[in-house]
Design a protein around this ligand. Sequence first.
Ligand code: FEO
Ligand code: CA
Ligand code: CA
Length: 681
Amino acid sequence: MYRPLPLLHHDTPHPGGRSALTCRYRCGDACFQEVPNTSANAYAGDVIADAVSRRAVVRGAAVLTVAAAVGVGAVTGAAPAVARPRHPGGGRRDGARGLRFTPVQPNTLDAVVVPPGYRQDIVIKWGDPLFPGVPDFDPDRQSARAQARQFGYNNDFLSLLPLPGEPGRQVMVANHEYTSEWLMFRGYDAENPTREQVETAWAAHGLSVVVVQEERGSGRLRPVLGHRLNRRVTASTPMRLTGPAAGAALLRTTADPSGTSVLGTFNNCAGGETPWGTTLHGEENINMYFAHAGRETDRRYGLPRGATERKWERFDERFDATREPNECHRFGWVVELDPYDPDSVPRKRTALGRFKHEGAQPRLTHDGRPVVYLGDDERFEYFYKFVSSKRMRKGRSRAAREHNLTLLDEGTLYVARLTGDSPGEVDGSGVHPQDGEFDGTGTWIPLATGDVSHVPGMTAEEVHVFTRLAADRVGATKMDRPEDVQPSPRTGRVYVALTNNSERGKPGRPGADEANPRHLNKHGQILELVEHGNDPARDTFVWRLFLVAGDPQDPATYFAGFPKDRVSPISCPDNITFDPHGHMWISTDGNNLGVNDGLFGVATHGERRGELKQFLTVPVGAETCGPVVQERRVLVAVQHPGETDGATAERPGSTWPEGPGTLVRPAVVVVWPEDGGRIGG
Ligand code: FEO
Ligand code: CA
Ligand code: CA
């Protein structure tokens, strides 16, 4: 029988398991607004005979209880609480190579908890200077000027890139998704923010490029202060709009009649790394920055009719839609950054469409053209891919780099439509169909190719600027919050993290389907997709659910058929990455099991496919972001620690990482085996 994990002090009634504060500051209380996708698009396709291979039987779920040690490092703050360890999650060190660690048990500690035999350290925190002469972080003397040269707030996506010619160094690129003013400023008055606070928040958004130095004999990383590549990109940094919608009337403003030049990027959530050495950054919940918006197109993107939470519109009229109605159209894109050129102008790639971009991960077609997979993170939204018409040039010559910086400007944007192969057998309970799997076939539906629209009644510019409306018209499949969409470099299979959807199956809302099989979906699922011929250029695919998340004792959960008495509980999968063995690592956002978020490793191929083990947990109120898994280290971004209901700078929900009396600070954490070996043995 399903018994939920004990609720400790995480009493979070908010959808997705997040606190009220997180809902408010990250996505403008999106879960309490009307669902923006009210389109009549209710596609239900015919069963296509070309079905995926299936497993006949879902294996049983006998339950064992094995206590596993919990490795706690750098603990500060509140009294610890560890959930009763009745989830062994393997409970031993004999998993697939690369996953041989003792799983961390679910807990509510105000700490980063790692497996026994591993060590951890902070790489960099919010407010740490990137350049000489910049003041150290001082909670009572924050300024926009200092913040623009310090590490930003709420680190999310992370990338670690090679730095040729400088042994032992790597280039770290980080997103700073949003600011939590209540926790940043003591005495913050939300109705009357000061100009300095607002401009500090502008500077705390955006991106950071920081060169990091490896410590000999450990996995530790230290920032290199003042390295020539160190850079901050903020909500005020000049950027260029490129691709088919650049210059469109919909993108022109008083300050920029050309429609090609824009200031800043914000709400950068996840991202990606290109094979040509740049990084991609998704602009996600951009709706919450623009006040007084009322057009139908604004509503489809969830823009508010009234004032915004942060009141930026009082300090720059571009954030007031009655003054500058097109400014909001200049956000919601994927930004491409060249971290090897600190003077380069970041580009917003309009060919990849405008929506609430979670991330953007490319791979190459057989003939060398990039394909970028894209998720639109909101309930009942869609996932997409972009296929470039141009081939990548190899090498680091100037000509090759300049050519490769045009690859994401020309190509075709598609949206996914999925069809289940067990029609009539999905009732919203999560019970598997008789064929043993939630699975089926799918099609990538073209929306636009450059200046050519494939959507009746919309121009190509409209398709790119109002991509959600274009996808409505072609019958795309409404998903349970598509977050990361990541191809496995080992197998070529593409994984779609669907984090949760509290509205699925409610009256007046879409019901369950085979790809989104649970009503009131609290825990999410991960879909595995294989394009025909394993060719990313193809427009047809087969798919199945790889993981149906939750407490393994819940009969509705599924771990690719692996025995459920040997896996860790998981809720709300969000970001995905792959390690050098080809195993998938999953970070979570909003744990509906009443415990802290975490990072999990899972085998996607071989005998242990589906064996999922928790590698770490993050402090109270935090989300695990930006995972990077290298051979000898794991990097995570601890985002919005302490963002619990009612928390303020004076009454924090967490005092991580520096302990009582300090401001809670989002930070990047590195973890490595203390014996100097490899992650996961
Ligand atoms: Fe910013 Fe979809 O999480
Ligand atoms: Ca099926
Ligand atoms: Ca995310």
